[in-house]
Design a protein around this ligand. Structure first.
Ligand SMILES: C[S@@+](CC[C@H](N)C(=O)[O-])C[C@H]1O[C@@H](n2cnc3c(N)ncnc32)[C@H](O)[C@@H]1O
Length: 281
């Protein structure tokens, strides 16, 4: 999967959202999804598996995004000049407990094959955030629900990718959440941290404050106004440092000492382009 998304990055939008927009139902569902994300994401927001950043743009609050693909992160970083981008494979998430108000993960959870791994993913996201919003592709009525798919890319390579498709009710039931959106294209479920989970984690106020100042300093006007600021891009941490977290290594990152963030410039691309409909993930 790591190679697949790295190689697919350059064609990801054209073979997903841009195709969906060609279909009136898909376009309507995408509008609803983006509206929902905007409405549900004030405050500090973590996007896990942000991909090219198409949906990340809809987040209203301060954005920190992680992805295991450097190429995807570069695309997302170019779209969100005020975002913080971190190269990481989750779990673990390189953040202190309760760092975020909301974690969003879209078209990622459905790629996790084993129940144990899905539970670990859920537990880790709810360790760092108060609420998790999961977006998945809706299960067509004639689809078996899950399986290994043969995915060709434009360069001729072929990849075997595991994928689960959900009805809104099935996803809500599986994660113990509630349905926020149920369309032909997408299902969205929110899972709040339970009182027990909340009680077991003391809020890390120092980490929250550090993150807040990290984000505000990355978006602080540099003499020409907020819109001209660069985003922050944290290169890949070493696997060892990811596996042995040892406190905040930077304002936003736990367990590593990232090199100096690298600015990634880029213009905000147009939102409505052409293509044919295809699966999102
Ligand atoms: C199908 S794409 C979805 C991208 C974006 N969230 C969206 O909905 O358009 C899945 C993305 O998640 C990333 N990803 C998958 N599993 C991941 C993990 N465990 N940790 C970090 N990134 C992951 C992939 O590299 C890829 O960019």
């Amino acid at each position: 999967m790591r190679d697949y998304y790295e190689q697919r990055a350059a064609e990801y939008d054209a073979t997903s959202y841009e195709q969906l927009l060609q279909d009136p139902v898909g376009a309507r569902d995408l509008d609803k999804l983006e509206g929902l994300i905007a409405a549900r994401t004030p405050g500090r927001v973590l996007d896990i598996g942000c991909g090219s950043g198409w949906l990340t743009r809809a987040i209203r609050g301060d954005v920190v995004a992680v992805d295991q693909s450097q190429s995807m992160l570069r695309l997302a970083a170019a779209r969100l000049p005020q975002g913080v981008f971190i190269h990481a494979m989750a779990p673990p998430l390189p953040f202190a407990d309760n760092t975020f108000d909301t974690a969003l993960t879209s078209h990622v959870y459905g790629h996790i094959e084993s129940e144990a791994d899905r539970n670990e993913f859920l537990g880790e996201t709810l360790r760092v955030a108060s609420e998790l919003i999961i977006v998945e592709q809706a299960r067509p009525s004639d689809h078996p629900g899950s399986g290994w798919e043969d995915r060709p890319l434009r360069d001729g390579s072929r990849h075997r990718i595991y994928k689960r498709y959900y009805t809104a009710a099935a996803l809500a039931d599986e994660v113990g959440g509630r349905v926020l959106l149920d369309t032909a294209s997408f299902v969205v479920v929110a899972r709040k941290k339970s009182a027990v989970e909340q009680a077991s984690r003391q809020p890390n106020l120092a980490a929250l404050e550090s993150l807040r100042s990290s984000i505000s300093s990355s978006s602080r006007p540099s003499g020409r106004g907020r819109g001209n600021c660069s985003n922050r891009f944290f290169p890949a941490p070493s696997r060892t440092s990811m596996e042995r977290p040892s406190g905040l290594g930077s304002p936003a990152v736990r367990g590593q000492s990232p090199e100096q963030p690298r600015s990634v410039a880029g213009d905000r691309p147009g939102r409505r382009a052409c293509g044919r409909q295809r699966g999102m993930s």
